[in-house]
Design a protein around this ligand. Structure first.
Ligand SMILES: NCc1[nH]cc(CCC(=O)O)c1CC(=O)O
Length: 360
C-alpha cells in the first residue's frame, strides 16, 4: 500500500474469529478501512470497526491510517486553503483505485459534493453535535460561561461559523484563531503564556478522546446562541458507488435518525454554498411523542462580523433520504428569502481577499 502508513491500532492477526455460524455465510472477507492518522480519527475508526466486527463476526477489517496534507499544515491558518477536500482527497484516490474499501471521516469534514464515483455509504449514530466552551485552568471556578469572561478576553476558535456567531452575541470579547488537533488546541489554552482565556471546540471530539471533563459549558441555540456545524458529531463512511458488497456491509451499522438529520443539514449546505463553504450554523432535533414525529431544524447564515444574519426554525416529518434532501433544500430557500443570499454574496466578494475555509 504505497503512501500508507499502516497503523496497527488493533492487530488484525490476533482477532479470534469464531467458528463459522451455521445458517450464516461463513465466507471470510477482508475489508481495508482508510482513516486519517490523527488520534481522533483513529478513535473514530475504531468505533466504526468495532460495530462492524460485532455485526459481521466472520469478516476481517484492516485499518490503514494516512497523514493527509491537511494534517501536515496545522500551523497555517486553515482559511488560506479554500478546499475542504484537503482532508479527504488523498484517501479518496486510494478508495477509487481499490486499495481501500471505505473511509471513515468526521462527517463535518466531508465536502457536500463527493467525486461522482463515491458516496456517503453510511452515517453511524451521532454523538453530541454541540460546541463546548473550555476555559483555561486559572479561570476554572471563576467563569462558567462566555458572559462571565472579563471584557477583552481572547477566545480561540477555529472556524468562521463560530467566530461570527460569537461576535454577534459577545462583542466585548476578542477572537483569535486556534489551530491544530484537539490535543494541541487544549495545550495552547493550558499554556499560562498563551493569549487564550478560553477556546471553543466540538463536544463530540472531546468526548471521544475521553476529555469531556474539560468542558466548561455546552453551547446551543439556547446557550450562547451558537448553532453547530453541518454534520458535527457524526461519522460518515465514504464508499464506492458501485460496491454492493460494502453497501451490504454498512447497512448493518447505519443509524437512520442520524442519517436523515445529517442529510438534511448537508442538503441545506449544498444548496447554499454553490461550491464554496459558507458560515452556516445548524441545530437539528427529533421531536417525537404520541402525536408527532418530526425533525426540527434551526439554521443560520451569518456575516463574518456577525452583524447580519438570516435565521429560520422549521420542522417536518422525514421518512426517507429523499425527504431529508427536500427538507434541506426547503430550509435553504427560507434562509434565502430572509436575506441569506445577500450575506453570501458579500462573503463571495470578500473571498478574493480572505479564502474562507468554512468550518474546521
Ligand atoms: N475540523 C475539526 C474537527 N473535525 C471533527 C471534529 C470533532 C467533532 C466532530 O466529530 O464533528 C473537529 C474538532 C472541532 O471542531 O473542534
Amino acid at each position: 500500500m504505497a503512501g500508507l502508513q499502516d497503523a496497527p491500532i488493533v492487530n488484525e492477526t490476533t482477532i479470534e474469529t469464531s467458528a463459522p455460524v451455521s445458517g450464516q455465510s461463513s465466507q471470510k472477507a477482508t475489508f481495508h478501512v482508510g482513516t486519517r492518522a490523527s488520534l481522533l480519527a483513529r478513535v473514530q475508526t475504531d468505533e466504526v470497526v468495532k460495530a462492524l466486527r460485532a455485526a459481521w463476526p466472520d469478516h476481517l477489517f484492516e485499518i490503514h491510517a494516512m497523514t493527509t496534507t491537511g494534517d501536515k499544515n496545522q500551523t497555517t491558518a486553515l482559511h488560506k486553503f479554500n478546499e475542504k477536500a484537503l482532508w479527504t482527497q488523498e484517501l479518496e484516490v486510494l478508495l477509487q483505485n481499490g486499495e481501500l474499501d471505505f473511509i471513515v471521516h468526521s462527517l463535518k469534514d466531508m465536502p457536500t459534493q463527493l467525486p461522482v464515483d463515491l458516496q456517503l455509504g453510511a452515517v453511524t449514530k451521532r454523538r453530541d453535535p454541540r460546541d463546548a466552551l473550555v476555559i483555561k485552568p486559572s479561570l476554572v471556578g471563576k467563569c462558567r460561561s462566555l458572559a462571565d469572561l472579563p471584557e477583552g478576553s481572547v477566545v480561540g476558535t477555529s472556524s468562521l461559523r463560530r467566530t461570527a456567531q460569537l461576535k454577534r452575541r459577545y462583542p466585548q470579547l476578542r477572537y483569535a484563531d486556534v489551530r491544530g488537533n484537539l490535543g494541541t488546541r487544549l495545550a495552547k489554552l493550558d499554556n499560562p503564556e498563551s493569549e487564550y482565556a478560553a477556546i471553543i471546540i466540538a463536544v463530540a471530539g472531546l468526548d471521544r478522546l475521553g476529555m469531556g471533563d474539560r468542558i466548561t459549558s455546552y453551547l446551543s441555540s439556547s446557550h450562547g446562541g451558537m448553532l453547530g456545524a453541518v454534520g458535527q458529531g457524526a461519522l460518515g463512511i465514504e464508499s464506492r458507488r458501485d460496491d454492493r458488497r460494502v453497501e451490504e456491509l454498512l447497512s448493518r451499522i447505519g443509524h437512520e435518525r442520524s442519517t436523515f438529520a445529517t442529510l438534511t443539514e448537508r442538503s441545506l449546505m449544498r444548496t447554499l454554498e454553490g461550491g464554496c463553504s459558507v458560515p452556516i450554523g445548524v441545530e437539528t432535533e427529533w421531536k417525537t411523542d404520541e402525536l408527532t414525529d418530526e425533525l426540527l431544524m434551526r439554521a443560520v447564515v451569518i456575516s463574518l462580523d456577525g452583524d447580519e444574519v438570516a435565521e429560520t426554525e422549521t420542522r417536518k416529518r422525514i421518512l426517507s433520504r429523499q425527504d431529508a434532501e427536500d427538507f434541506g433544500f426547503e430550509v435553504a430557500r427560507q434562509l434565502v428569502a430572509k436575506g441569506a443570499d445577500k450575506i453570501l454574496e458579500k462573503i463571495q466578494l470578500n473571498r478574493q481577499i480572505i479564502h474562507d475555509q468554512g468550518d474546521a
